[in-house]
Design a protein around this ligand. Structure first.
Ligand code: SGN
Ligand code: CA
Length: 497
């Protein structure tokens, strides 16, 4: 009997069983699920992120509602979508006066800090300490901004962010902590650390089946966007052929050149032998991207070691995620912005003492992180947060009853560098429905039968699935209080079929 009561209490929730745990949230930048071995990556081993997945819950259908850096981060902080929190694209300055979960944690007695990538233009609010990169930040010798001003720190950005995070964790404190670690890596232009310059030289990366797609089954802009590995990657700045980071001079420049000379020769030789620019660039791109990921994974390992060394692992929630995913050759692309799986699909792994390890297939969104973290801390979740706590999902990871849909909206309309059209969309367990409202074009995929999202079923004409999904899209837009004009437009487009 007593045993039954205890088990019941354990299942009831964490807030009751663990008072004020510490919270470590690690957000990398543009880290695709396909570059994490816990998600089955054929490209790299990420033992430290994998450890989190083994000991925690891996979310396989987690999404960002807006696959762009700053809007995704704003959604994480506020638990609200872009049309409510006001942060629709990367040009916006974040309104730091609005409620965010770090502010709520601070008010509840947490000591809070953010270190690394921030990218929201205004200074962080809700944090006792901040030590953040300006904008995108630099890979080498980055500048950091604190309340005291700007300082250049010599070295490699991922390692510096890890060191700063360790130093912050080691400060004496009497309160529970919330630390948000923002990694710049593996964001474009994928510049690796000296410790990884020579890694993976013998590795040949498997090509995704859609590397050479003809885009025949997709919307009219898909073949035209500036995201092609063969056409749009810059030989120097992106592929780092005969290139060196501007910060390197003297001995450091000489070391870079010595390490990269043979790699540049190998690139030229492969290109000459194969006469295949796409295949040659793809190998070079993935090698450097994976080197950047390696440093991020090492950083995760260092933070987990520190928690273990101090015994804090027993009372710390650890969450690993990215602001969104990234194309690693799918559709012949790099970059993100689309609602397609490699881009909007986002890694999410959460570990918490007492949590049963699991794989979650429920549909989740990064607006859910704010309420999740507040619930973990035992802090009331504001009624107007649009996300919902993920702790119930960790208990019933494959139950889709209230988790059968996720919503996205991409707003950037005038970006000459990429030219991805604006869209609204929903993903369900079986399907994805996307409306490109400037193009007035629809896409409907069966993501189970067609996981690479190549066959647009919309063109097959009206049917029951299509009717049900369009109804769900509009209902979701209404529920989330989207712009009525846009809802009207979507409805009109549906009625014209
Ligand atoms: C930079 C990159 C783009 C990238 C945006 C936004 N170009 O402009 O490729 O899409 O950032 O990325 S680069 O030449 O500077 O590498 S985001 O993750 O911050 O949204
Ligand atoms: Ca990003």
């Amino acid at each position: 009997m007593l045993k039954g009561v205890l088990v019941g209490l354990a299942v009831l929730g964490f807030a009751s069983s663990h008072a004020a745990p510490n919270i470590l949230l690690i957000v990398s930048d543009d880290h695709a699920r396909a570059a994490i071995s816990a998600y089955g990556s054929p490209h790299i081993q990420t033992p430290h992120i994998d450890q989190l997945a083994r000991e925690g819950v891996r979310f396989d259908r987690h999404y960002t509602p807006n696959p762009l850096c700053a809007p995704s981060r704003a959604a994480i902080l506020t638990g609200k979508h872009a049309h409510i929190n006001g942060h629709r694209d990367n040009t916006t300055t974040f309104d730091g006066d609005q409620p965010t979960f770090p502010k709520a944690l601070q008010a509840a007695g947490y000591e809070t800090a953010v270190i690394g990538k921030w990218h929201l233009q205004s200074d962080p609010t809700g944090f006792d300490d901040f030590d953040v990169l300006p904008g995108q930040g630099a890979y080498y010798d980055p500048v950091f901004i604190t309340r005291e001003g700007r300082t250049t720190t010599p070295g490699y950005v991922t390692e510096i962010i890890t060191e700063k995070s360790l130093a912050w964790l080691r400060q004496p404190r009497s309160k529970p902590f919330f630390l948000m670690v923002g990694h710049k890596a593996p964001h474009r232009n994928f510049i690796p650390s000296p410790s990884t310059w020579s890694l993976f030289l013998d590795k040949t990366y498997a090509e995704p089946p859609t590397l050479r797609t003809d885009y025949a089954g997709l919307n009219s802009m898909a073949p035209q966007v500036s995201m092609r590995i063969d056409r749009h990657m810059r030989l120097q700045e992106d592929l780092m052929v005969q290139y060196a980071p501007p910060a390197l001079e003297g001995d450091r420049l000489a070391q870079w050149q010595a390490a990269w000379a043979t790699q540049d020769q190998a690139y030229a030789a492969q290109l000459e032998a194969s006469n295949d620019l796409l295949a040659t660039n793809y190998q070079r791109y993935l090698r450097n991207y994976m080197r950047c990921v390696k440093s991020v994974d090492d950083g995760v390992g260092a933070l987990l070691d520190e928690l273990r060394r101090t015994g804090q692992d027993k009372n710390t929630v650890v969450i690993y995620t990215s602001d969104q995913g990234f194309f690693l050759g799918e559709n012949g692309w790099y970059d993100k912005r689309w609602f397609y799986e490699p881009s909007a699909g986002t890694p999410l792994i959460m570990r918490r003492p007492g949590l049963r390890p699991a794989v979650a297939t429920a549909l989740t969104s990064n607006v859910d992180l704010a309420p999740t973290i507040l619930e973990a801390a035992g802090v009331a979740v504001p009624a107007d947060m649009q996300g919902r706590s993920l702790w119930p999902v960790t208990q019933r990871p494959t139950d889709l009853t209230n988790r059968n849909l996720t919503y996205g909206h991409f707003y950037e309309s005038d970006d000459p560098d990429h030219r991805v059209p604006r869209w609204v969309g929903i993903a369900t367990q079986r399907n994805k429905l996307i409306y490109y409202y400037d193009l007035k074009e629809w896409e409907l995929f069966d993501v189970v039968a067609d996981p690479y999202e190549q066959k647009n079923l919309w063109s097959l004409g009206p049917n029951a699935t299509r009717a049900e999904l369009t109804r769900k899209l509009v209902a979701e837009m209404r529920r989330l209080k989207e712009d009525p004009d846009l809802i009207f437009q979507v409805n009109l487009a549906i009625s014209r079929g």
